[in-house]
Design a protein around this ligand. Structure first.
Ligand SMILES: [Zn+2]
Length: 405
């Protein structure tokens, strides 16, 4: 049992992940940690030590077979077990400590994925794959960078963004994970689920903004403390609730999904929300918020052949907007649905979203994809499936003959 003092940004799952234990282990020793919406800096937790995986060597085994069995390197195995060495026999029955296999992937989700994780992982991706580049396309209300990842050298531009809605932050690592898989396959000249990344690279430039609303994401994940800037206002917009898990808006209570100049006034009237709120307030004017303005500027600067805005949840793909979409959008959406197992859905009575604006402004295919199913924020365990579905949809666009003819 060790004592740990919570710091700013700590959550139960972040602490658990750092200490090699589960969130359940943390809550077991600190029951209040499971009941409070957030941990507060200074709170003391008692953490059990991480259980070590042990293994009893079987007849005829050696360092090579055991490292292969557990997917760890021989060097790591040697480091944890002095005396064990490559090429030397190990006595059956000897108990070894098996280290955690190092993840070969940059983008993994072991706890809340927030602005700091995007900052770190976009940096690592660019380092690992020099043909991926990173840019800052603007800053959030609180001054956080809005990162753009760029991959490909083709003449066609595909815009993709994630986490426009704060409590849909799991869409960020989904998008980044696809870029990582694309980068890895491209670097090795391999196919990706039967598709050809080198063709994507040659035909398209993919412009991805994985976390469009970093301030909102941080609010959902970490809450807000008395004394922090904006505390009184945020608490009142949140009707006094301490938990912000349902929060979709940016830090000024403006819903970035209702910020785009596509029949914005009608959407405002339909929503009927006059001021800052957890969701559905479109702001004082279209593009009043720096996060939405940065996305619009990016699309103006690099007019795209298509755009995808990642949301959650529902397992649905929205493809139309008031008939401004190209005739082929419906068929494209059906193909994306077939590729991912999602449903293509025709929507009416909704305006001012990113894809609405993209379709109306450029008359090109735009899609809103509602990843996963369940209640936001979706559980971390859904990440692998959602990331794959994201990839299948984006890969289908990047490979689709509609854009290539
Ligand atoms: Zn959403």
């Amino acid at each position: 049992m060790q004592q740990y003092i919570a710091r700013r940004g700590d959550t139960v799952s972040r602490i658990a992940a750092r200490h090699g234990i589960t969130p359940g282990h943390v809550i077991q020793g600190n029951p209040w940690a499971g009941e409070q919406p957030y941990l507060y800096p200074g709170q003391i937790l008692y953490l059990p030590s991480a259980p070590r995986r042990r293994y009893s060597v079987q007849d005829g085994e050696n360092a090579e077979t055991i490292s292969a069995l557990f997917g760890v390197s021989i060097e790591e195995l040697e480091r944890f077990n002095p005396g064990v060495a490559s090429g030397r026999a190990i006595t059956a029955g000897k108990v070894l400590v098996i280290p955690q296999p190092a993840s070969a992937q940059v983008v993994t989700v072991r706890s809340e994925y927030g602005p700091a994780e995007v900052e770190r992982d976009t940096g690592l991706l660019v380092e690992k794959y020099p043909f991926i580049s990173r840019e800052v396309i603007g800053t959030s209300v609180l001054g956080k960078p809005l990162h753009l990842l760029k991959i490909g050298s083709g003449p066609r531009v595909l815009h993709v963004n994630g986490a426009l809605h704060a409590n849909e932050w799991l869409t960020s690592p989904c998008l980044m994970s696809f870029i990582e898989q694309y980068g890895a396959a491209y670097a090795e000249g391999k196919s990706w689920h039967g598709r050809r990344p080198e063709e994507w690279y040659r035909n398209w430039t993919l412009l991805a903004v994985p976390m469009a609303n970093p301030d909102g994401v941080e609010l959902v994940q970490e809450g807000i403390l008395p004394g922090q800037a904006g505390y009184e206002e945020l608490m009142s917009w949140n009707s006094g609730r301490r938990s912000f898990r349902h929060w979709k808006a940016n830090i000024r209570g403006v819903d970035l999904g209702d910020q785009f100049p596509a029949h914005w006034e009608e959407e405002q009237e339909r929503r009927g929300i006059q001021g800052p709120a957890p969701r559905d307030y479109g702001g004082p004017a279209p593009l009043s918020e720096p996060e939405a303005a940065a996305l619009a500027e990016l699309a103006e600067r690099f007019p795209g052949e298509a755009a995808v805005s990642l949301h959650s949840q529902g397992g649905e793909i929205y493809w139309n907007y008031r008939g401004y979409e190209p005739a082929e959008s419906k068929g494209l959406a059906a193909d994306l649905a077939a590729a991912s197992g999602y449903r293509a859905v025709e929507l009416t009575g909704s305006d001012a979203g990113y894809k609405d604006w993209f379709i109306q402004r450029f008359r090109k295919p735009g899609f809103t994809v509602e990843l996963g199913t369940g209640k936001n924020p979706l559980p971390l365990g859904d990440f692998e499936d959602m990331a794959l579905e994201t990839g299948l949809i984006l890969a289908d666009i990047l490979s689709h003959r509609y854009f290539l003819d």
